[in-house]
Design a protein around this ligand. Structure first.
Ligand code: ASP
Length: 350
């Protein structure tokens, strides 16, 4: 039985080469995927995947392949459109992406794709595929195994995930941890979806339950959303200058610990005033593990009382993408609050 896998190349280190080939210190720039496929014999027409497993590939490159630091939410919409237009024709999807904003894209796509019932696996690498010690071939090969699960007799992971360094992580639970380690990603508040060791072990009880909704792609994101981090010494008027702009619909504040922040009257008033002007405010934690529990400490109780929304244990990438998604659907205060507090795609545990 043949399986069809769609591979979308968006850029990133995996496909980069030195701008000046004679100078290994010159900046890395992305290159067309066609010129790089030779580095991965297993995906070629006479290679392992096609010859032994009957897997057919189709490749498309985004027309603006780039370092992922250049991507905006429009690129998430483009990527989800590429998948939507081929959804019925393919069994699984692999997105090749730079690591810098991979966790943001994974979070964004997880919300944009409603009723997803096929694997969407995002991968990239810390070293270009042309490098003699590259991690790209392992990461891409692993991602193809997950996307074409039944060819390898493993359970299907029908969600947006990140496959990197022998681990499969839920996309909207992931965060980039290292600029250089091969172990570049972690999902601090959620167990790995699979380990890819000598055998591939999928942790089925950690997967999202099967969806009953038909697949569709939401076509909008509200980009009037901002996130800022607290630090000792942040003055209320500085915060006011940052958020006083009426066009901000959603504000994510990375608070201390389990949702603590300065409780002086001026600070609280700046947040209350922003809410009165229509800005929804969500607190997340700046800690790597754990989440926000408003009211656990006196230093967070007042924020619960003024209606700040708790982001629980969401990553900042998931919180941002979710806020953009929710605020593109509704501005009704009760609906926004309910949707942000609800676990929509496995992005929060409380
Ligand atoms: N700056 C690169 C990018 O995100 C890093 C990488 O791909 O690993 O595109």
């Amino acid at each position: 039985m043949s399986r069809r896998i769609f591979i979308l190349y968006t850029g990133g280190t995996i496909g980069m080469v030195n701008k000046n080939p004679a100078d290994s210190k010159s900046p890395l720039v992305p290159q067309d995927w066609e010129s790089l496929q030779d580095y991965m014999p297993s995906i070629q027409s006479d290679g392992y995947f096609q010859r032994d497993k009957g897997i057919e590939f189709e490749y498309v490159s985004l027309n603006n392949i780039s370092d992922s630091s250049q991507f905006t939410t429009k690129d998430w919409l483009r990527m989800s459109h590429e998948i939507e237009s081929r959804y019925e024709d393919f069994d699984g999807f692999v997105i090749i992406h730079g690591t810098d904003t991979m966790a943001y894209t994974a979070s964004g796509l997880s919300f944009l794709m409603e009723g997803l019932a096929k694997p969407v696996v995002i991968t990239g690498s810390q070293l270009p595929i042309s490098h003699s010690r590259t991690d790209a071939t392992n990461n891409l090969s692993s991602a193809i195994h997950i996307a074409a699960a039944d060819a390898f007799d493993i359970p299907a992971v029908n969600e947006v995930c990140i496959c990197f360094n022998d681990r499969l992580l839920r996309g909207n639970r992931s965060t980039k941890m290292s600029t250089n380690d091969f172990e570049g990603f972690e999902s601090p508040n959620y167990g790995h979806l699979a380990e890819l060791e000598e055998r591939i072990k999928v942790h089925q009880r950690r997967l999202l339950p099967p969806t009953e909704l038909p697949f569709s792609v939401h076509k909008a994101l509200n980009s009037h959303v901002m996130d800022i981090g607290l630090f000792p010494g942040l003055l209320p008027h500085q915060l006011e200058n940052l958020i006083g702009d009426d066009s901000i619909d959603g504000l994510i504040i990375k608070t201390y610990g389990s949702g603590n922040a300065p409780t002086n009257d001026e600070f609280v008033e700046v947040l209350s005033e922003a809410q009165r002007k229509g800005t929804f405010i969500l607190f997340i934690t700046q800690c790597f593990h754990g989440g926000v529990q408003l009211g656990k400490y006196q230093a967070s109780k007042v924020f619960d009382e003024i209606g700040i929304i708790s982001g629980g244990d969401m990553t900042s990438e998931a919180a941002l993408a979710k806020m953009m998604y929710v605020l593109s659907k509704t501005k009704d205060p009760i609906e926004v609050r309910n949707l942000l507090l609800q676990d929509l795609r496995g992005e929060r545990s409380f």
